[in-house]
Design a protein around this ligand. Structure first.
Ligand code: HEC
Length: 400
């Protein structure tokens, strides 16, 4: 029963997380787009009111006229919309999911004994600690003298994130490592909204109400953090969907794959924002495409012949051998009635109770075992020889 309950918590949490994240990112993209398309007003009355840009749009059967004020308007309008809850809810639902999926059963998705020998408690503490510490370090860096030089700041933050990717990939399973990288970047983004961007907006309003000029430091800091957030968006969204693509996180150099894909995302963002600013705007996009192609090349699976060539001299692997391995190592989870604690139904409805179920899945079985993704967390203790036998069997089957 508890595992069934957790399935539902995970489903509802994920549903909410995706909805609020779409609302947040959608609103951010919309405002970037808006800023890129505003035109100086022609109406002298608008200029007098302090409007620096405006645009017309049609959507959903209505016409909209957005106006941007260079400074605070004369009177603070009410109601004034802030766009902050999308960000807060994204973090809250994301943290909830992290707890439900990863921290409630660290042995499944977080730990990998072949990567590092940590206990479940250590796994959770490393996760929580690194999210807190990483966000704190980032914030102090931005606020330090380095923060005044955006190039140096970018370099240092990039190095910090590379170190985080390397570190996570050397304590956690690939999947656990990737999700923590996403959680760290996501936490930094939300902290930027909560601790810097929103307080900066509050200061603008307060200054207006107190009839004094606003402290310009707030505006500068808010701008800096907003820019960082736009760089993080694409990488974070890739990371959040990466667990569907085991080829990315299961690679032996998964930390480099992670960094490569994050860079590609950040480069695409540069082109996206600079779309209307000259022919060079396409350059980052081209570099991103080359980077993605390079990653795809590195991730390409080896041809089956090379994998099995070392085993040529061995005897053929019988199906009975493979079936007994799978019965021992896989059916505790992948069966009509799983016996592994925490599993009430077969994951992804993949079952290996009958011979034809195993035969029809030979290729995925080979992939998952050779990339060391299955058995999950190696809870059932598969050996290297057994992985080898499955590989040889699947390759022979392929050749037939
Ligand atoms: C501890 C439980 C557990 C054990 C043991 C286990 N699996 Fe899985 N398996 C899972 C879960 C959970 C998923 C779904 C993963 C996900 O959500 O991405 C899964 C998914 C899969 C998939 C589908 C992968 C995909 O992304 O489409 C295959 C194939 C698979 N397992 C094969 C195996 C094989 C082969 C073994 C034995 C060598 C095995 N599993 C042992 C829990 C387990």
């Amino acid at each position: 029963m508890p595992s069934y309950l957790f399935e539902w918590l995970s489903l509802l949490g994920r549903w909410l997380h995706i909805i609020v994240a779409m609302a947040w990112i959608g609103a951010s993209f919309y405002f970037v787009w808006l800023d890129n398309h505003l035109l100086a007003p022609t109406d002298p009355q608008l200029k007098e009111k302090g409007v620096s840009g405006e645009l017309w749009a049609v959507h959903g059967g209505g016409f909209y006229n957005a106006q941007k004020y260079l400074l605070t308007p004369d009177t603070i309008p009410s109601p004034l919309h802030w766009f902050k809850w999308e960000a807060y809810w994204t973090w809250l639902s994301g943290f909830f999911l992290l707890c439900v999926v990863y921290y409630s059963s660290p042995t499944l998705y977080l730990m990998d004994p072949s990567v590092a020998n940590i206990s479940p408690v250590q796994a959770v503490l490393i996760g929580l600690g690194s999210l807190g510490l990483g966000t704190f370090l980032y914030d102090r860096l931005c606020a330090s003298p380095i923060g005044n030089d955006s190039r140096r700041l970018t370099l240092v933050i990039t190095l910090l994130l590379i170190a985080a990717a390397y570190g996570y990939c050397h304590v956690y399973s690939g999947r656990g490592a990737f999700i923590h990288m996403g959680a760290l970047m996501g936490t930094i983004m939300v902290a930027n909204v909560f601790f810097v961007i929103i307080p900066g907006q509050r200061e603008l309003i307060l200054a207006k109400m107190e009839q004094r000029p606003p402290d310009p430091r707030h505006a500068l800091r808010g701008k800096q953090r907003s820019v960082h957030n736009t760089y993080f968006t694409l990488p974070v969204v890739f990371i959040m969907i990466s667990h569907h693509y085991a080829m990315t996180y299961a690679h032996p150099y998964n930390w480099l794959i992670l960094i490569g894909l994050c860079f590609a995302g950040a480069l695409i963002r540069i082109s996206f924002v600079a779309r209307h600013k000259g022919p060079l705007a396409k350059l980052p996009l081209i570099v991103a495409a080359l980077l993605l192609a390079a990653v795809a090349y590195v991730l390409a699976p080896p041809t089956p012949t090379t994998t099995a060539s070392s085993n040529k001299a061995l005897n053929r692997v019988s199906f009975t051998q493979v079936q007994s391995i799978i019965t021992n190592r896989c059916t505790p989870c992948h069966s009509a009635n799983p016996t592994q604690p925490g599993f009430s139904v077969a994951p992804k409805n993949i079952q290996f109770n009958r011979a034809e179920q195993i035969l029809s899945m030979a290729q995925p079985i080979y992939e998952q075992t050779s990339k060391r993704i299955m058995p999950l967390g190696n809870l059932t203790g598969i050996t290297e020889e057994e992985r080898q036998l499955i590989a040889q069997w699947a390759t022979e089957l392929e050749k037939k």
